[in-house]
Each structure stands twice: as C-alpha cells, then as structure tokens.
Design a protein around this ligand. Structure first.
Ligand code: PEP
Ligand code: MG
Length: 570
C-alpha cells in the first residue's frame, strides 16, 4: 500500500478502481495535401461538430447540475465561435498550412497571450482555450475522445488535470472519485466536482505515473489523503467510513429547506463562510440563508498583483446576485499570519500572527484598502452587503474605516455612482483586546462577528498552526467561553447583532452553549450547514441554559470537554 497527500477538493470518501485518463496523442501530418478550400471546409465542419456536441453536453449539465456550471461549456462554444480566432486560422490555411497546424498555431498564440496576464480569470481563459483547442484537434485528426459517460462503475478517475469538458461528461453513477496532479480549490474542474458531489483530491504531484489502470484507490476528499492498493483492513475501514458519511449526509438532507429553529421555535439565522463567488452554488445547495463571512483574501492569494477595483466589484456583485440579493458580509483583506501574499512586499516577521496584518496592513496601505472599500460600496446596490473589519484591537481602527467609507461615498457621489448609503460596518471580535472593549466597540459598530479561531489562539496564547500547542488552542477553555459570553452581552446591551463565524460555530458540542449565551446568528462552512441546523433543532432554550450553567461552573478544560461530549446531540 502506498499513501499520498494532496489538497482536499470535494468532500467525501471514495473507494474504487483507477481509470487513467490520458488523451490520445495529437499527431498530424504537417505537409498539406488538400487545397485551401478543402482544409477550410474541414475546419468549419470540425467547429460545427464541436459546437453541436458541446451544446448537448451543456444541456445535459444544466439538467443534472445547474445552469451556472453549464455556462462554462457555453463559454467553450463562444470560443469556437470567436471571429478573431476563426479569421486568423483561415488566414494561415490560405498561406499554405493544414487546418490542424493553422488551428494549433493560432490557439497557442491566444493561450500565450492570456496566460502571460497576471490575473486568475485570464489564466482560466487560457485553460479554457487550451481545452477547446485539444478537442478541436482530436476532431480534425479523427481521434475518438475519451467517453467519460461510459466509464465502468466505481471508477476513480486519475488525470493530470480535469478539464471542464471532461468533467461535464461524467456520470455520477459510475464515477466515485477524482484524483488529479494539477488544479486548485477554485479551478473550474474542482467547482464542477463539488457541484456533482463527487469526492476529489487535487495536486498530488506525479500521481498519474504512480498508478496503473485497475489499481484499487481510496481517496479522502476532505483530508486530501490517497491510498493506492491498500490492504483489506484499510479498505474495510474506509468502506465503513464512507457508509457512515453517506448515511449521515443523506439523513441530513431533509434539513435543507427547513427553518433554522430551536426545538421550542426560536429562530437562528444560519449563514455560510465562503472564499470565492463560485462557492455560492454550495451555499444555495445547503439551503443557507446567505453569507456571514466572505474571506476576500482568497481573491488576493496565488497572484502576482492584487485584484483591481473592477475585478473585486465583479466578484462581490456576482456573489450577492447569486444569492438573490441576500446577506453577504464581506470581510476586508485579512492577510498575514498564515496567509501570505509575497507580491505585496511584506517583510518577514518574527511573529507574523502578532504583526503587520489584516486591518493594520490595510490602514497602512491605503490604495489597497480604498480600492476594496470602493468595490464593496459599488456592489452594495445589488443586495444586502455589509462590511466587516478583521483583527480589530482598538476603536480607532473602526473609526478610521468609517471615515474612509464616508470619503469614498463622497467620491462616488461626485462620480454619479450608486451605492447603499446605509451600508452596515461591523467588526470581528477575535482578539482579547476587542473582547475587553466590546462595550465600547458595540456603541460604534453596526454588528459583531466572533472569530473563534483567532479569539481562541490569542486568548490562550497558543498558535493555531502549531500542533504542539493544539491541545490549548481550544474553545473548551473557560477563558474563551467567558470572553464569548461577555462579548454577546455587550452587543445585546447596545442592541446590535452578534454573529459567530469561527469553526466553533458549527461544533455540535458547543452549539447549545451559543444558544444559551443568546447568539442569534451563526456562520459556518457550507459542508456544516445541515448538521448545524439539525443540532439547533434538537435543543430547547431551557435545556441549553441548564447545560451552559453547568459548563460555566467548571474550570478544567478536560471536564468541560467531557461534559459537552456527554451531551452532544447530532
Ligand atoms: C476566525 O478567526 O475565527 C475567523 C473566522 O477568521 P479566520 O479563520 O479567517 O482567521
Ligand atoms: Mg480570524
């Protein structure tokens, strides 16, 4: 048995047989034997065939997955229809090249052009043009494309990368998992895999050469683990885990369209955490009521330059429109700590979690901060967008952002650009300092959101990325619980909404404690929405209060954990 580690791309466990997807070689005779007219007709025929097959695939995709995902394929048709690409190709045919060589030369030129632009959207466009090019060349050469629709049951697809057109042909009944060498969490193929709910592990270097057709493969799409030719015991263990996972998921599905309410009918607003507009599909699928935390730093990571105002505006607008104008809480850039962006020229620091990061960075780098605020304000006319400031430690930070927002509003008025004049500005309470001054902050902020991940790390002085102190970095500590209770009381006193968006918001052991403390809003990862809704529905307020009273009377972390575990409902 061999074990590998990649990036978890789509949740779930898959056990199956490997089918290696390697496209047939693209080989053609460069010497032309046909006339220019004949070559031109071959090109036109291939383009027409491509469009008709792709339109069918898009239609199928629309039925099975949804309109948004089928649009990727419609984009491919638009590429095949692009008059510039066609004109340039025909020009080369006129100059003596065969259709294959003319097409490859022109498409490569466009791919080079798009991939040289340091922008993720442009690079994605280069990938899409490459996908169209390869399929058109196969058609011209006469190669039969891989028939993804007729793969044997329990297939684990092993591929270098999965293009959208390949993923689109997949039948969920046959494909139990996807394993690729390339790709990231926001690449198109990953988005589609998630939409199809097929477990996927990405970025496992060299895996195509490590696996043979027919090998038994296990993938864990959450952790990113891969096992090749595992022993019987490992297979049994993962089959059991898969069974459990599927059963639990299936049962939870009935909570999709329910209201989020306690057993005695108190409403809780349940929102989702996202890192990109593409994740709104998962938000909708989970029956969620909006986005309580949009981690905008993921728009900045993995690039060479920060996204400009237009790109950010489009991302925020797309997100809020995808949710029908519902709530989207956009957090301003929270870089630093473990989220590094080398192109921003930040010097290496001794203590990055205590350093030049989040709102501290934004208030220093005005152009980045103001560009983002302007993009958010412009998008605010499309729905219920709110601004949230991370890592606040003093009131000055909130007041400075307010002043900036006001100045940008004046500029927008001058430019005749619309925005929501009453946009709410809230703060994350995720430092002990913010917790200490929660009473003061509550007078100036429109809302609070408790970031339990950082609040725990800073309260316990235990680095959240250091496994040696992981036992301390836990919300099961009375110091953290007291802090959270007080924060909620301060918000209540001033009549502002207090939400929670750290991982503890979806911890089934802690949910009754949050209800007892009076939290009315939770924002959790999309994968946790249904379980969170279910757990909330299993508790009455009186039961939550009784448990919380007992918990708050304990001092040892071990005792708190034990009592919470004993009472966990899921
Ligand atoms: C948190 O700190 O709890 C939080 C939600 O933000 P992040 O995990 O992005 O730091
Ligand atoms: Mg945080």
């Amino acid at each position: 048995m061999k074990k590998y580690r990649g990036t978890g791309g789509s949740d779930g466990i898959a056990v199956g047989r490997a089918v290696i997807i390697k496209e047939a070689d693209i080989k053609y005779e460069h010497k032309r034997t046909k006339t220019a007219n004949e070559e031109n007709s071959r090109l036109i025929a291939a383009l027409e065939r491509f469009k008709s097959i792709t339109a069918k695939m898009a239609d199928d995709m629309k039925q099975r997955v949804g309109e948004k995902d089928s649009k990727i394929l419609l984009g491919h048709i638009a590429i095949a229809d692009d008059p510039d690409l066609r004109k340039e190709t025909q020009k080369l045919i006129e100059s003596g090249k065969c259709a294959e060589e003319a097409l490859e030369t022109v498409f490569d030129r466009f791919i080079d052009m798009f991939s040289s632009i340091p922008d993720e959207m442009m690079r994605q466009r280069a990938t899409d043009i490459g996908d169209v090019k390869v399929r058109l060349l196969h058609m011209l050469i006469g190669n039969n494309p891989v028939d993804m629709a007729s793969l044997p049951p329990d297939t684990i697809i092993i591929a270098n990368d999965l293009t959208p057109s390949m993923t689109a042909g997949i039948k969920k009944e046959n494909v139990s998992g996807i394993l690729t060498q390339m790709g990231g969490r926001t690449s198109h193929s990953t988005i589609l895999a998630r939409a199809l709910m097929i477990p996927a592990v990405l970025s496992v270097k060299g895996i195509v050469n490590e696996i043979s057709d027919g090998d038994t493969v296990i993938i864990d799409g959450e952790k990113g683990d891969v096992f090749v030719n595992p022993d019987e015991e490992t297979i049994r263990k993962f089959l059991n885990a898969r069974e459990k996972h599927l059963k639990a998921k299936e049962k939870l599905f009935k909570y999709k369209d329910r209201n989020t309410q306690t057993a005695d009918g108190d409403d809780i607003l349940l929102l989702s955490n996202i890192g990109s507009p593409q994740e709104t599909d998962a938000v909708k699928q989970s029956g969620c009521e909006g986005v309580g935390l949009f981690r905008t730093e993921f728009l900045f990571i993995g690039k060479n330059t920060p996204p400009d105002e237009e790109e950010q505006f489009e991302a925020y607008k797309e997100t809020v429109l995808a949710l029908g104008g519902g709530t989207v809480v956009i957090r301003t850039l929270d870089l630093g700590g473990d989220k590094v962006m080398p192109y921003l020229g930040i010097e290496k620091e001794e203590n990055p979690f205590l350093g030049y990061r989040a709102i501290r960075f934004c208030l220093d780098r005005e152009e980045i901060c103001e560009t983002q605020l302007r993009a958010i304000l412009r998008a605010s006319v499309y729905g219920d967008i709110k601004i949230m400031i991370p890592l606040v430690t003093c009131i000055d930070e909130l007041l400075t952002v307010r002043k900036k927002v006001k100045n940008i509003m004046t500029q927008l008025d001058k430019d005749g650009i619309r925005y929501n004049k009453d946009i709410e500005i809230g703060v994350m309470i995720e430092t002990p300092a913010a917790s200490e001054i929660a009473d003061i902050l509550a007078k100036e902020a429109d809302f609070f959101s408790i970031g339990t991940n950082d609040l725990t790390q800073y309260t316990m002085a235990a680095d959240r990325t250091n496994s040696r102190v992981e036992y301390l970095c836990s919300a099961y500590n009375i110091a953290v619980l007291r802090s959270i209770k007080r924060i909620i009381e301060c918000a209540d006193k001033e009549g502002i909404m207090c939400s929670m968006c750290g991982e503890a918001a979806s911890d089934v052991r802690l949910i009754p404690i949050w209800i007892s403390f009076g939290l009315k809003e939770l924002s959790v990862s999309t994968a946790s929405v249904l379980q969170t809704r279910k757990t909330i529905s299993l508790w009455t307020k009186a039961e939550c209060d009784e448990l919380a009273d007992r918990i708050m009377g304990l001092f040892c972390q071990g005792d708190i954990k034990e009592l919470l575990e004993e009472h966990a409902r899921f």
